[in-house]
Design a protein around this ligand. Structure first.
Ligand SMILES: C[S@@+](CC[C@H](N)C(=O)[O-])C[C@H]1O[C@@H](n2cnc3c(N)ncnc32)[C@H](O)[C@@H]1O
Length: 363
């Protein structure tokens, strides 16, 4: 089994996606601006990201060789296939039938025989993996999934997944927008959208530049506000440490890896940004004791189940603002960004100034 995909495999995957995941989609979408990039993500990009970046990161904490891995929200199998290159056995679960059809086809095309993928209902997910994983799992991965679950499902899934992990096993969360992100790049493409109370988010959705999101919310609203609220959650609502604390208790002693780890933070989309600096400065100033990986715009953390209840917690990791940048450097960066903003738009400048003054980092 080879880790690299051949051009023939990529071609077969495209055909497979058209016959499964994209079956019945509006023809106009295929001529639109996002189709090619979305298709590339399904066939190649997401698989390669998981194989080349996420899997080596997880394997620093738990080598996959000989292990049983569950992939919750396996989608079209891009992440699942990456884990299957190393693990003994991978079980994928998803609520979307056409995606699971695609995942099953992908494993055939890629010659991966150690994977099973199945369609479940949101309510049936926990029962299904309890049944299949009666002996427990070594790793449970939720890659780009938690943001699509309703609050109750998030808490129940995290709790059930944790209960099924073997001692020393890991729960991995990746590529999930958090409530710290000011810009909602995931769903509405609007600033501060994830901070709105859900009813306001429904009513404000018509201002989104994303036509499919606007139209979807409008259509669901015809069935009433509760249906529209569920619709926006299913499209994707940011997550945070709160769901994890409610499901698992204090997080300090559970988190072993995060996206500030070497090999992650040096990736182009995971570098430390001004927003990271501000969040970490804010957390330090207000003594917010949440593991640093939860305080980023995108959630990528590895939680490890202790081998026994008395196992000492992993060493506390310093906030990277202390390690990566001195205060003077932060100020310099802020000044630089403000100058850029000044050159662009007066409105951004005055809002940024007000906000930064509030944090005590005067420009
Ligand atoms: C953005 S996709 C990610 C798929 C895959 N992990 C990957 O990286 O390619 C999110 C997936 O989560 C699934 N999903 C949403 N809510 C779910 C739930 N409650 N249980 C299981 N899967 C769910 C969706 O159907 C969708 O396929």
């Amino acid at each position: 089994m080879s880790a690299a995909m051949t051009p023939e495999q990529v071609k077969s995957l495209r055909e497979l996606m058209m016959g499964t995941f994209y079956r019945g989609w509006n023809e106009a979408y295929f001529a639109g601006p996002s189709f090619e990039s979305d298709m590339h993500a399904h066939t190649t990009r997401r698989f390669e990201e998981c194989r080349d970046i996420i899997m080596p990161w997880i394997e620093r904490y738990l080598p996959f060789e000989g292990k049983t891995v569950a992939d919750i929200g396996c989608g079209t199998g891009a992440s699942t296939a990456a884990w299957a290159l190393k693990a003994r056995r991978v079980l994928g679960y998803d609520i979307h039938g056409p995606s699971v059809e695609a995942a099953v086809g992908r494993m055939r095309i890629m010659g991966l025989t150690n994977v099973t993928c199945q369609t479940v209902t949101a309510e049936g997910l926990i029962a299904a993996f309890k049944r299949d994983l009666a002996d427990g799992a070594d790793a449970i991965v939720m890659y780009a999934v938690l943001e699509h679950q309703m609050v109750r499902e998030r808490i129940d899934t995290l709790r059930a997944a944790w209960a099924l992990l073997r001692p020393g096993g890991v729960l991995v969360l990746g590529d999930t927008p958090t409530r710290f992100a000011m810009m909602d790049y995931h769903t509405s493409l609007m600033p501060f959208y994830q901070w709105l109370p859900e009813e306001l988010a429904v009513l404000y959705a018509h201002r989104s530049p994303r036509a499919d999101f606007r139209d979807g919310v409008a259509a669901s609203l015809k069935r009433g506000m509760p249906a529209a609220i569920e619709y926006i959650w299913r499209c994707g609502r940011a997550a945070g440490y709160e769901e994890f604390e409610l499901a698992l208790g204090p997080l300090d002693r559970l988190v072993v890896g995060d996206s500030f780890d070497e090999g992650m933070v040096d990736q182009p989309h995971r570098g430390v940004t001004l927003l990271d600096e501000l969040i970490q400065t804010f957390a330090a100033a207000h003594d917010i004791r949440v593991p640093r990986g939860f305080l980023r715009p995108s959630l990528e953390v590895i939680l490890r189940k202790p081998m026994h209840p008395d196992e000492p917690p992993p060493p506390r990791r310093p906030a990277p603002v202390e390690g990566l940048m001195r205060r003077s450097q932060v100020e310099e960066l802020v000044r630089e960004r403000l100058a850029q903003a000044r050159a662009q738009r007066g409105g951004i400048l005055s809002r940024a100034r007000q906000w930064i003054r509030g944090l005590g980092v005067a420009p």
